[in-house]
Design a binder for this molecule. Structure first.
Ligand SMILES: [Mn+2]
Length: 381
């Protein structure tokens, strides 16, 4: 059996409004076409799997009829999925076309922006739209031999959810059991996003704040407001409401260990990836998204690949250019991993190896964090 697996993450496709950070539909469609061509389909034993490694959809920032309700029912999530399908028809057509081939599969890993994918109605709708139950699957992770992939938010203190209890009953409603970070987005961070939609997509964040005093000032106000209300006042005002729950102990531990550094901080990144490595023993290679950085590095003696975002993120360190579209590829022959690497996709159909490290090379390499991980002092929405 010859199998190639492609991983992309953090596309953040939304409903087409001001909070929708994805607009490279044609590039994504071309990428899907290129990976289909990369595989020799006349070979009956050839398989190709596309793993959409979390935050494929951005249901989190997307409004529901101009509002941002905290109680997300299956009906609300379905409405949001319809908006995404209407806003990005090119992508849905390309995904469906990718699945025309007998050996192809798509696996949706659930992230913090698309927690709604847990609803059966959404899974059924996507399966019906793209290629059937056997071809389209969902889960919090993807496993293949000694490879483990997941989005990464389940060890992020601000966006972690209880994966064993993703849906809860409250006031007679079945709703998503979302993270504290999701609630903070609905109540505070979205106001900042709507006022500065572009600035929120600038990397690195400290430089974006420095360049725009108005953005800096509103960010500071939002952070202060968020700390006072979401951490203190809201839980007192709504003591029985699970959507206002604050995991204080987890936050305190984070604060003592990492201060005000968040998801892409280098030390923190090693900590959360290390936890996932520890709880999935026996695996040799780990693939994540979520941090919006590109990394190929050894952690705890295992190889860790992190794919960067496909949303319109601007790199201020490179003359304000849009970040390149990157992905990971793993190649199995007869159940043995023969290659795993990070690659860059360019719309001209030329792909470039950016981490030519064979899977056989298990000896720890010098830390290769690409690009430099900047300390991020703001929570990214
Ligand atoms: Mn994420």
């Amino acid at each position: 059996m010859n199998e190639k697996i492609y991983f992309i993450s953090d596309i953040e496709m939304g409903g087409g409004g001001v909070t929708d950070d994805f607009s490279d539909d044609l590039v994504l469609a071309e990428f899907l076409e290129s990976i289909k061509n990369d595989v020799d389909f006349p070979d009956k034993d050839q398989k190709v799997t596309l793993v959409l490694n979390g935050d494929t959809f951005d249901f989190l920032k997307m409004p529901y009829q101009d509002e941002h309700p905290r109680y997300i029912t299956e009906r609300i999530s379905l409405w949001k999925l319809d908006q995404v399908m209407n806003a990005h028809p090119v992508v849905f057509r390309a995904l469906k076309k990718f699945l025309h081939h007998h050996g192809s599969r798509i696996h949706f890993v659930i992230g913090n922006h698309d927690a709604d994918l847990i609803w059966p109605a959404l899974q059924e709708k996507l399966q019906a739209r793209l290629g059937g139950k056997k071809r389209v699957s969902f889960g919090f992770s993807y496993k293949n031999h000694k490879l483990h992939a997941e989005h990464g938010h389940l060890e992020d203190p601000f966006f972690a959810i209880n994966r064993k209890k993703p849906v809860i009953n409250y006031r007679g409603l079945k709703i998503l059991n979302l993270s504290w970070g999701a609630g903070a987005c609905f109540s505070h961070l979205l106001r900042l996003k709507k006022q500065f939609p572009r600035e929120e997509c600038f990397y690195p964040k400290p430089l974006a704040l420095k360049q725009n005093p108005a953005f800096h000032s509103l960010s500071k106000k939002t952070t202060a407001n968020l700390a006072l209300k979401s951490l203190l006042l809201d839980p007192i005002a709504h003591p029985l409401d699970p959507t206002y729950h604050v995991p204080y102990l987890r936050f305190l531990k984070h604060l003592l260990k990492f201060g005000f550094n968040f998801v892409d901080d280098e030390k923190l990144l090693k900590a959360w990836t290390g936890k996932i490595i520890k709880s999935n023993p026996g695996n040799e290679i780990f693939i994540f998204g979520h941090a919006h950085v590109l990394t190929d590095t050894p952690i705890k003696g295992k190889r860790v690949l992190i794919t960067d975002t496909w949303r319109n993120e601007i790199n201020l360190l490179q003359n304000g250019q849009k970040k390149p579209k990157t992905y990971a590829m793993a190649h199995f022959i007869g159940g043995r991993l023969v290659d795993a690497s990070l690659k860059q996709f360019t719309a001209s159909r030329q792909q470039q190896d950016i981490s030519k490290q064979s899977a056989a090379q298990q000896a720890p390499q010098p830390a290769a964090l690409i690009p430099t991980l900047e300390n991020n002092h703001e929570i990214t929405v």
